[in-house]
Design a protein around this ligand. Sequence first.
Ligand code: ATP
Length: 275
Amino acid sequence: MTTDSGELRVGTRGATNANVSAAALQHVHMTYQARRGENVLALKDVSLDILPKEFVTIIGPSGCGKSTLIKIIAGLVRPSSGEVLLGSSEVTGPSADVGLVFQQPVLLPWRNVSKNVSLPLEVLDSAKNDRRAAVEQLLDLVGLGKYGKHYPHELSGGMQQRVSIARALVHDPDVLLMDEPFGALDALTRDQMSFELMRIWSERSKTVVFVTHSIPEAILLADRVVVMSKSPGEIAEIIDIELPRPRRNEMVNTPEFGAYVQRARTLLNAETTAH
Ligand SMILES: Nc1ncnc2c1ncn2[C@@H]1O[C@H](COP(=O)(O)OP(=O)(O)OP(=O)(O)O)[C@@H](O)[C@H]1O
């Protein structure tokens, strides 16, 4: 597969040691210990290699462990067994190598937009001038260059989510983990944000892992779509999306796109009706 820049991207299944993964899960199991009732097996033997600069989307039935997978890569949750790597380092806790975006932007209401975006840099104790430059660049990148002094309540839902994307990128992590980031937005804003995100992804050369409930969104964005089985979550299939980049709105009306949607829907239907 060839990217915008003409660079060759090799599918993970053909990966060799020369292609060190951006993130990798090897035989990951996750059981949540219940306070009462039965323990919950959320992930069962999940192995996945994600290549540097790859855009991977994850779809699956509700409760199949998608968020758990994101939290495990982020180091927010330790798996019960298995290995998790970022680059060649084992994940043992939260790391500055990842940026996280959730369904809700979770901005601090008493901080203006610039101060919300600069928060990770303050936590990492980077120099004030570097912080200012990084925040300005990021706000320009997400189209909010003029909104630095605004407060979250003065912004629309889409703008707030752009702020949270800028905040996730401000410390320049290699991997951006996004858990249903556009799930709370209206359909039109959601479409716009998909294209914005693809622009940001190609300009910033990040690896993105993106959870969604929308099959068309998963296909439009991805190099590969990971389809998970119903709980306990396993990988049912990985679909390589061979649509050319840059992706365009009109592509969703092509037979190729329709065939990918059909494939993903068939797999998901099989999962939701399986016993
Ligand atoms: N902290 C927790 N304690 C106990 N069980 C949990 C915890 N977090 C998640 N689970 C359980 O683990 C399973 C997977 O949850 P997870 O949130 O990862 O699924 P999901 O695919 O992201 O769901 P959805 O699509 O509905 O957001 C579910 O059965 C859930 O109830």
